[in-house]
Design a protein around this ligand. Structure first.
Ligand SMILES: [Zn+2]
Length: 64
């Protein structure tokens, strides 16, 4: 989970801000960018569910 995801799951960013921040945060992590982009597309209309899925994604990802 990158800073963009963390801030978004804490309700500190709007979806638009999150999408912008994500591009900044994931320029060296294509895999994470793709994972999050897929979730964002799937749950665009359901921000609460998107936040839940981002947390699950973080739990699944190996710590770096
Ligand atoms: Zn992230």
């Amino acid at each position: 989970m990158c800073m963009a995801c963390i801030e978004y799951t804490k309700d500190k960013l709007t979806l638009n801000e999150f999408s912008f921040a994500l591009r900044e945060m994931t320029w060296d992590d294509k895999k994470h960018a793709d994972d999050v982009a897929a979730l964002m597309k799937e749950f665009a209309s359901d921000p609460d569910e998107l936040k839940k899925q981002l947390k699950l994604l973080a739990d699944r990802s190996p710590r770096r």
